[in-house]
Design a protein around this ligand. Structure first.
Ligand SMILES: [Zn+2]
Length: 143
């Protein structure tokens, strides 16, 4: 009887050699089955595992366990709450990425603009007017 899987131990029944639970709910982790049982019901989990090909059962059991844990931690949203938070993170990261891409594009545009501006600044300084005219007009005043 000590060779029973966690599900059969929990259900207090004999664990058959072809037990559907035994590969996915080992006796050394009774909490794993307890959580899945609490959320889905042990017999429903057994039915789900029997309805899918054996190569998918481990993934299905892991997924059921994960989803059950999420539902216990967050009874209202379960793993949909995590999905929602991840969507928010993706959204804010995409906004941050767009912001950085915009900054990069502006930097690329500003490099030629900066040259143009420095040329532009040189020309007005040479041609300009206000500073030179004021200076010239003030020179006689000081002399
Ligand atoms: Zn069993």
């Amino acid at each position: 009887m000590s060779g029973r899987c966690a599900a059969c131990k929990n259900q207090r029944r004999r664990c058959p050699s072809d037990c559907i639970f035994s590969p996915y709910f080992p006796a050394n982790d009774p909490e794993r089955f307890a959580r899945v049982h609490r959320i889905y019901g042990g017999s429903n989990v057994g039915k789900m595992l029997q309805q899918i090909p054996s190569y998918l059962r481990e993934q299905a059991a892991n997924s059921l366990y994960f989803e059950a844990q999420c539902r216990i931690q967050d009874p209202v949203y379960g793993c949909a709450g995590i999905i929602s938070k991840l969507y928010e993170q993706i959204n804010s990261t995409e906004i941050a990425l767009a912001h950085v891409q915009t900054q990069i594009a502006c930097q690329k545009l500003q490099v030629p603009q900066a040259k143009a501006e420095s040329n532009f600044n040189v020309f007005p300084a040479q041609n300009s007017s206000t500073a030179e005219f004021q200076w010239e007009s003030q020179v006689p005043w000081f002399n």
